[in-house]
Design a protein around this ligand. Structure first.
Ligand code: 1GP
Length: 254
C-alpha cells in the first residue's frame, strides 16, 4: 500500500513543488561510483533515487540499494524491469503496469506471479501507470516490453491512457521516452496529460540538460527522472536539481 514515500511525493505536489530523481542503473554503478553520486545527490538536495533498469544483468542490485540506504536519507524507490529486481531494502516499489502497451504480461501477468513475494517483502507498493512514449529510436524498454510506444505527437492517446490509469486507481503516472531516448517527451504532451489528471506525473527518458527539465516542470511534470546523462556527467545532478527546484507552477483552472 502507498505510505510514507508516496506521501512525500503528494506532499511536494500539494505545495506546488517539483521533485528531482536520479536513476541509478545497477549494471553501470559500482559501489564506489554510488558513493560519488550519493555525495552529489545529498548536496543537491535530490528528492528521490530510483534503482533499476529494463534489463539488469549484474547481481549487485541488493548490495547497491543497501549501500545507498546506509549512506544517505534520500528515499530509494525500485524501478524494476522485472520481478527479479525486487529487494526489501528499498523504501518503496514502483509497481509498474505498462498501460500504454497491450502486452498482458506487463499489464498484469508478472504481477500475479510476483504478488506473494512482493507482499512478503514488506515494501511500500506504489501502483504506477507506466506509459512508454516514442522517443525517436528503439530503446531497451521498447524491445524488452514487446509493446509499441505511444506516438510522440498523439497527445490524445496519452491523455486517454493517463485518464484510464487514474480512474483504475493507479497512484502515479510515469511517462517515459526510454533511457537515452533521442527525443524526450514533448512539453505539449506533458501539458495535455497534466492538465487533466490529479495524480503525480513523472517524466523521464532523454532529458540531458537543465533547460529541458525546467520546461518539463513548467508543462506540468511533478517529478523529473534523469539517468543516462548523469552517467556521462555527474555534475548535471547539481544543475538539473537547481532547475527543477526553481520551478513552481501556479495551478491552471480546470
Ligand atoms: C529511463 O526515464 C528513465 O527509464 C531515464 O531516462 O536514462 O534517458 O535519463 P534517461
Amino acid at each position: 500500500m502507498p505510505g510514507l514515500t508516496y506521501d512525500r511525493i503528494t506532499d511536494l505536489k500539494s505545495k506546488n513543488k517539483k521533485g528531482f530523481t536520479v536513476l541509478v542503473d545497477p549494471d553501470k554503478t559500482s559501489l564506489k561510483k554510488a558513493d560519488e553520486l550519493i555525495t552529489l545527490c545529498t548536496q543537491a538536495k535530490v528528492d528521490f533515487i530510483f534503482v533499476g533498469g529494463s534489463l539488469v544483468v549484474s547481481d549487485h542490485l541488493e548490495d547497491l540499494v543497501q549501500h545507498i540506504k546506509s549512506s544517505c536519507d534520500i528515499p530509494v524507490l525500485l524501478f524494476p524491469g522485472s520481478p527479479s529486481q525486487i529487494t526489501p531494502y528499498a523504501d518503496a516499489l514502483l509497481y509498474l503496469s505498462l498501460i500504454s502497451g497491450r502486452n498482458p504480461e506487463l499489464l498484469i501477468g508478472q504481477h500475479v506471479i510476483s504478488a506473494p513475494s512482493v507482499r512478503k517483502s514488506g515494501l511500500e507498493v506504489i501502483p504506477t501507470g507506466y506509459m512508454l512514449i516514442d522517443g525517436g529510436a528503439p530503446t531497451t524498454v521498447s524491445y524488452i516490453s514487446n509493446a509499441s510506444p505511444i506516438p510522440s505527437d498523439k497527445n490524445e492517446i496519452a491523455l486517454c491512457t493517463a485518464l484510464a490509469g487514474e480512474m483504475l486507481g493507479l497512484k502515479l503516472l510515469y511517462m517515459d521516452a526510454g533511457s537515452g531516448a533521442k527525443h524526450p517527451v514533448k512539453e505539449s504532451m506533458i501539458q495535455a496529460v497534466a492538465s487533466h489528471v490529479n495524480i503525480p506525473l513523472i517524466i523521464g527518458g532523454g532529458i540531458v540538460d537543465p533547460e529541458k527539465a525546467y520546461n518539463n516542470c513548467k508543462a506540468g511534470a511533478d517529478i523529473i527522472v534523469v539517468g543516462n546523462a548523469i552517467e556521462k556527467d555527474s555534475n548535471l545532478i547539481t544543475e538539473i536539481s537547481q532547475a527543477v527546484h526553481s520551478c513552481s507552477v501556479i495551478p491552471s483552472p480546470r
